[in-house]
Every structure is written in structure tokens, then in C-alpha cells.
Ligand binder design. Sequence first.
Ligand code: ACM
Ligand code: ZN
Length: 695
Amino acid sequence: MKKLLTFLVSMICVVPCLGQRICAYNPIPIPQEVTLTDAEPFVLDNSVSIVCRGFNAQMRYNADYLQAYLKDVCNLNLHIGTTGSKSIVLIRKNNKKQSNEAYTIKIDKRSVVIEGNGDAGVFYGIQTLCQSIASTQGDVQNEPAVTLPSARITDAPRFKYRGFMLDFSRHFFGKEFVMKQIDAMAHYKLNRLHLHLTDAGGWRLEMKSHPELTQKTAYRTQSNWRQWWDDGKDRQYCDIGTPNAYGGYFTQDDMHEIIDYATKHQITVIPEIEMPGHSEEVLYTRPDLSCTNNYRTTGDFCIGNDAVFDYFTEILKEVSELFPSEYIHIGGDEAGKQAWKTCPKCQERIKKEGLDGVDGLQSWFIHRIEEIVNGMGKKIIGWDEILEGGLTPGATVMSWRGESGGIKAAESGHHVIMTPGNPLYLDMYQDAPPFCPEAQGGYYPLNVIYAYDPIGRIAPEAAHLVDGLQGNLWTERVETEEHVEYMIWPRLLAISEIGWSPTDRKDYDDFHKRALREVARLEADGYHPFDLKNAVGDRREYVIPIKHLALGKKVNYLIPYNSSYVAAGETTLTDGLRGNWIYGDGRWQGFIGRKGCVDVVIDLEQETEIHEVYAYFMQMVGPGVFYPGMVEISISNDGENFETIKHLTYVTNRDEPHGFRDFSWAGNAKARYVRYKANSGATGGWLFTDEIIVK
Ligand code: ACM
Ligand code: ZN
């Protein structure tokens, strides 16, 4: 009875009075466990003090952060003290058996006690509290007080690595912008910022040992990376100070500031220095380090040249002294390897070391670099190519070409960070392409990312080697800061929740509501997230199956579909299922290579009255997918003698970067067989279609 009474009393207190704001504990990422208790709530108002136990510089920062946040967001003026009759208490403990990011929050009438296991745990407890308070509705100016129902929150991350990578080489974004993203990342408990600092687009970090890198390659003739790159022979880097040149770089002072700011926000900054490929900009300054003496003919270092290792020893020494991170990312992806095949020095190295061709040479290079990095007291991370040829145990593999590299690495005892292009590359479309700025060819909206599980396909005994996951934004097509924010928010929210929350707390519908709320807050805070509430979503045709006369009927392929885009094989074009916004979704079938790319005959099994025949084709200019240049539709009753009922030619408009068009016949006819032919005409490229519809 007493308990019931207490409960009723507390309910009365929790029922909102006019203007009262009540906190719900549903931040992103959702905590492991939230238990509401039936005691009286805590009223957060200006009488509350922030009290720190276990004072150090970071705890001071944590307390200041909380104070400033509550002032900014809630118009509350709390003071920081050593005692208080009503207080938010920050406690730092040090339980070696627990993640240093774990925390609990106990809320009752007198206090809100945030007990973190280490500075990070306290910081994350504060984030949970701040986000919960900030998401209460009401009039902050006139009613700053917030009611916090009494509760206990227990929380710890699922994965220790929850990352975001930004490519600064293709386009450069400065220090203030990086710090702004750190603010948001920290708020959502993302804890690794991977900076892709070097690539053909320009070198972006001041090197005291090699100042020529930024002096000669941090600027270029054009801002638009794709136009610049496509210019081929006219593509130029510019010396620093060249009028109207595009680019920029981080000085080491800038980088110190970024690292310091990130550290206070519990984020580790991981630098990536690309090698042995993707290095045109370095080879422009040091042609002697390439096999061909010409950065235009290869972006790979010459691995037969010992000077390359002296060079990297200097660069990596400086980088490892600048960045406190335990790891340095050494790239390792997509070396072209062509020049190595004919370079006398590389061939000599292969012979001398008894290596297995150019693949063995790449692996030997990575091992040697790893030794150099280890000698500096650091470990390497590399893209999954570094697995090829065997790795030493200290190396961590970043799996980007799908998950197979990550699975192989974990199952052979290596630490892994999952960042498969599908769905964690944030340069892909997040909504219907016709309504988005041009992106890479994939379509990975929020729900698709949210459904991803980093250990989904890994053997249970190797799961502990998966350190976490990372969203990557390559910036070939992303030139402005606003565009970066549009591409990463809110998709990084999904990555945050995957990385932090236990799987049994994941619920997309609930997450989506919270994400809408956070998008509004990000906008209010001056970010430019994708407008989630007005998302177009999946293509209508993809969602609704179509019924028609050819449904389930046999299709005879006079020319085979392409083996890379088989979709559902021979049933694809009559299964009633149509494709989504992009061609790689398993519903669009791809054709390329021979004139008359599509040539199929559908057997309707009996003579049938028909009034319409049509098929949709997709155009996606970036990857070379075009509407057909010619379509011919014909009919037959014996399957041998066909009468053409439609012949059309079409000249596609390359300025239409992405779209769908149907190519059709309408009329009255009777036939058992329908033949649909389409070729890509003068444009060339791929044809993709998803269904041949007969009505
Ligand atoms: C990569 O996307 N080349 C790592
Ligand atoms: Zn060579």
C-alpha cells in the first residue's frame, strides 16, 4: 500500500503542469537499460549545482561542458561547486574490468548521479543526460526547469570503435569545420575520426621534413575534383600562393588544436597516409620515387627503390609524433601494380625476396612499412588489401570491399573494423536519386544502414575481434561543407546506434522518430543534415509488385544478361518485381557488350490478346548506364516468324544524370510470343531493365 501511495504521489508530480517540461530518456544511441523507478522526480532548475568527485582536468572539462550545455540549450544557470542540497554529481571510477566508456545515471528527488568508468564514461553519461533534457518539449525561455523522472540508466558500448572517415584530399575542409563535426560526433558517442589526408587530390598535412608536399600539391587548378581529374593531361597542381588555386591543408598547429579538441570530446583522431597507391601528389614532388619517373603514368611508389622506405620513415616519424593515436592508417588499397610489372627495380626486388609477383610485392611492402610503424611504437590499420599475402598480428584490417576481407581477417586472428561499401559508404545516395545531388551509384538510406550488423556473418568465436564500424565519406562529388553535413547526418546517427546500443534495444521505427528529432536539433544548431522528414523513400514500383499477362511466364534469352548483374536470373523480367532507385539492388538486370544488348522472347503459353508491351530502363550517367538507343517489339504465334509492331530510336540526353523511362508499344494484337529487343545505340554503355510488362 505504501508503495502504491508513493507511486501515486510520484505520478502526480510527474503529470505535467502548464509549461512543465518532462524528460524522457531516449537519446541516440539508445542506452543499454533505462529503468524508471517510482520515487519522486528531480526538478532541474537554477538551484541545482554541478558537483565533481575525482577532480582532474578532464573532469573539470566535463563539468564545464555540462554547465555550458544547460545554459545554451535550456537557459539554465547552474554553478559548479563541491556540495549542494540538490545537485548533479559527477563521479569518476576506475573499474579495469569494465569499458572506460561505461556509465550509470541514478536520478532521484535530491540528485542526478552520473558515475562514469573513467573520463569517457562520465562524458558519455553527460551526453545522455544532455540529449534527454534537450529533447523535452516546451518553452525554454520562460520555463527552463525540467522534470527528470526518477530512474536508473545503465549503459556501455557494444563496440569500442565507432568511427567516421572524411576524405580531405579530393576536397578540403578546414579546422573549424572539423571541430564542428567533433561536437556532433561526441554528442552521439562516436569516438574515432579517421582523416584521409593524402591522395591524388592533394596532400593535406604540413610536413616539416617535406614542406614541398603542401607547398606543391595542397592546391590545384580546379575545385571540382571530377572535372580536374577528368582533365587528364591538363590536370595540374599549383604551388602555394598561386592566384585562384583551390585547396588547403592543416598546419601542424591546426592539427594539434583538432587533436586536443577531439581528445576532450573522447575522440581519437586517426591519420591516414596512403601508400603504396593513390599517391600521384607525392610522386609529383618526388618523381624519382615512382617506377616511371612520371606521376601521370602511375600513382604507385616504386617498391624496388630503397629510397621509398627512407622517405616513409621520415614521414611516418613525424606523423606518429604528431598524433597520439595508437594506430596509423597506412591505406594500402587499390595499388595499380602495372608499373611494377615492367620496372627493373621492382622485378629485382621480387626476385631477390622470392616474392609471388606484384601481389607478393605489395604484401612485402606492407610488412616493411608495418615494421617501420611498429618501431615507432604504433600499430597499423589498413584497407582490406593489406590482408593479401599475410599480416602480422598487430595489424587491424578495415574491411571495405564488402565484408569478406573483415570476416577472413577476424577468422585468422586480426582485429577488424567493418566499413563495407554497402551500406557504410556515405558518398552513396540516401534518398531517391532524382531528388538528391549527384552521388556515387549506391542507394543506402537510413533504414538500410540501421539494419547493418558488423558481426552478422562472423563466426561467434571470432566476433570479439570486430572492434566496430565506421561510416566513410569520400568526397569526389562533395565539394562544400554543407554538402558534407548533408551526406553524413543523419546517417551517422544510425552508425552511432549500431556501434553503441545492444541489438535487443534496436528498433527502427523508434530510432526513426528519435532521428527526426535530432535532425531538427542539428538544423537548429547550424548543421545541414538531409531533410529526413521529407524523404521520398523507395521507388513506388519497387514497393508494389505488378500483375500482367507475362507474369511468371518463361523468358528465352537470345542474348544472355551480364553475369555481374543477374538479378533473379531467368525469372527476373517476368516476376512482377521491379527495381529500386539503383541498378545493384538485385532486381535490375544488366546487359552490355554486344549490339542488341537485350533480346528476349516471352512465351505467353497460348495465343493472347495484348494491348500494351513496355519495359522501364534506368539511366545513371556516372557509371555509364543509359537508356536504349533502339527498341524493337515484335510478336509471333509460332515463335519463329515475328512481326515487328514497334521500332523506335532514341537519343539520350547525357544531362539527365539519373532517371527512368519506359519504352512501349500500345495497340491491339493477338500473339503467343512477344520479343523485346533493345540496344544501347551510339551511346554505348550498360542497359538495365527490371520487367517486361505485357497487358
Ligand atoms: C577505398 O574505398 N578505396 C578504400
Ligand atoms: Zn619500381
